[in-house]
Design a protein around this ligand. Sequence first.
Ligand code: BEZ
Ligand code: FE
Length: 295
Amino acid sequence: MNAKEKGYFTEENSVEVVTSRNADAKSARLKEVMEVVTRKLHEAVKELEPTQEEWMEAILFLTRTGHMCNEWRQEFILLSDVLGVSMLVDAINNRKPSGASESTVLGPFHVADAPELPMGANICLDEKGEDMVISGRILDTAGRPIENAVIDVWQANDEGFYDVQQKGIQPDFNLRGIFRTGADGHYWFRAVKPKYYPIPDDGPVGLLLGHLGRHPYRPAHLHYIVKADGFETLTTHIFDPDDPYIHSDAVFGVKESLLAKFCLMIDPVRAHELGFRDKFWQVEHDFVLAPNPRL
Ligand code: BEZ
Ligand code: FE
């Protein structure tokens, strides 16, 4: 009997030896996951043939990534983001029917308890930045308005920071709010034009991006979570198509359908009506919710 026949581990039979050891796994799904991961990982190692030093460097990278995970910082999610895995998982779990708005990543800056505000409220609490008015409708796939849709929005300020990144500098809940549609499905609120910003890049993932010759920036965007009874919850953004990073989002979150039109308006009368200083940005974007398939 040779080594293979005896079931000893060899370079050639490595996958079979490891996966057959999992034959009595308590969960069929776990068994399947470990079979695929083992197969792909062994394939990568066989192709790359890392030196012991390279393998230790990979282990230390993952160790540093783990050490950068706590209540406020999740470096493993950032790693998944910059590898495109977050967007892939999002795509697989959010295949939408034709005509429905597309989803994108949630990101780490959502706050669960933002205030519900009257339609038209200004979510900019510190009067910094270029004024902007955002409006649109929440519709079903037949084009009918959805009443009582709850729209949770949040965005970075004109310097590219969320309120939670600048505690004591920005007011709490700056540039966040929750709005509820009436029978016409219409929404509108006032804000400021967001700016591009870097994903947190002071950890191992930022270092990795640097070594790969990649920048850490996300193009300017507004986040939305739109919920309504009888519909799939939509987690998405709208993006400024003129942003310098629109074609190189560090986390691959941009989709063509999520590009909104940011129009610079020079209309003193309308500006005055909106409580703005003078010129302002206007954005109109409708969202179409997919029906909840489980209903
Ligand atoms: C965000 O858009 O807030 C975000 C998404 C992924 C990583 C970091 C930030
Ligand atoms: Fe963001």
